[in-house]
Design a protein around this ligand. Structure first.
Ligand code: ZN
Length: 318
């Protein structure tokens, strides 16, 4: 454990003690979670999951999302008020498989008894070594970026509906109806993505992005990942070496891709530099590991997918 991580854990523990002292009177009566017309308290770890929970739970749940729009879950540092949110939660939805490396500490330190649901449980996950050059590949490690395949989003929404209904059976009919309506929109989205992607000739369906976030998108919609600037499933390792950048530029030239993409969760300067040196265009920032801020073209999952796919199709066919 690094000094930084240890210091952070200590901070979280101190905050947690404070929160438990403050909350103790509320739990003294041993009342069930939803007594007195209280709403189910639900935590989603990041903005994309938060949108899914919001679509299914609507106004029946009291939802807190930990990593905000535009935030990077790989490198996130929980804030003090988020210890309280986790402490009070009835239910926590997380991606799992290493996407939220701070969650175990936060959960343990908060003293929370919330049920944790990893929405990737039971999914057909991609092994982390799917791409040559991924430097953090280890046996048994899986790629967490499942939401870029709409089929996986559909599974996640079904998992959320079951999770909410089990914890709050009084509102199960509402959760089922909300999920049904949203699942119909996701099915439409999936058909639209396939139709749009078909506009790109198969041998031009090639992606270069900042970090390795599009493997599920590539598997579902027939793309090839040429390379990533960070050579990693995470963004934690900082800037790549000059040699890695030079290799990526070589790969971009050899693959004849017309454009590469930056992401809303990482610094676009490096991608601009790589694009300039490789003689290709830099497409618009894609929404990858987070939604965009409210009012942006990526402030919901449906909008994020529309934006990403339109941007990819435009950049790779022009
Ligand atoms: Zn990521």
């Amino acid at each position: 454990m690094s000094h930084l991580t240890l210091a952070r854990s200590r901070g979280v523990v101190l905050l947690a003690v404070l929160v438990i002292v403050l909350l103790a009177p509320a739990f003294a009566g041993g009342q069930p979670a939803l007594a007195g017309g209280q709403k189910l308290k639900v935590v989603a770890t990041f903005s994309v999951l938060g949108d899914f929970v919001h679509q299914v739970g609507g106004d029946k749940v009291d939802l807190s999302t930990i990593v905000p729009p535009g935030g990077d879950a790989h490198t996130f540092d929980p804030k003090p008020d988020q210890v309280a949110q986790v402490a009070q939660a009835d239910l926590i939805f997380e991606i799992g498989v290493g996407f939220e490396p701070w969650l175990d500490d936060l959960y343990n330190a908060s003293g929370s008894s919330a049920k944790r649901v990893a929405v990737t449980d039971g999914m057909n996950l991609i092994a982390a070594d799917h791409e040559a050059g991924v430097s953090d590949a280890k046996p048994g490690i899986h790629d967490p970026h499942v939401w870029h395949d709409v089929n996986n989003a559909i599974m996640i929404v079904q998992t959320i509906e079951k999770g909410l209904s089990a914890k709050d059976p009084a509102n199960a009919a509402t959760y089922q109806a909300n999920a049904k309506a949203y699942l119909a929109q996701l099915a439409q989205l999936n058909a639209w993505v396939k139709q749009e992607v078909a506009k790109i000739p198969p041998d031009q369906r090639k992606l270069v992005t900042s970090h390795d976030t599009f493997a599920y998108f590539a598997r579902a919609y027939g793309f090839q990942i040429i390379g990533t600037a960070f050579g990693s499933l995470s963004t934690e390792q900082g800037e790549p070496s000059a040699r890695d950048v030079a290799n990526l530029i070589k790969e971009i030239k050899a693959a004849h891709v017309p454009a590469i993409f930056a992401e809303n969760v990482s610094n676009p300067k490096l991608m601009q530099q790589i694009a300039d040196e490789a003689g290709v265009k830099l497409g618009p920032d894609l929404y990858t590991d987070a939604l965009g801020p409210p009012g942006s073209s990526g402030d919901t999952y449906l909008k994020m997918m529309h934006y990403n796919v339109s941007a990819i199709v435009t950049a790779l066919t022009s």
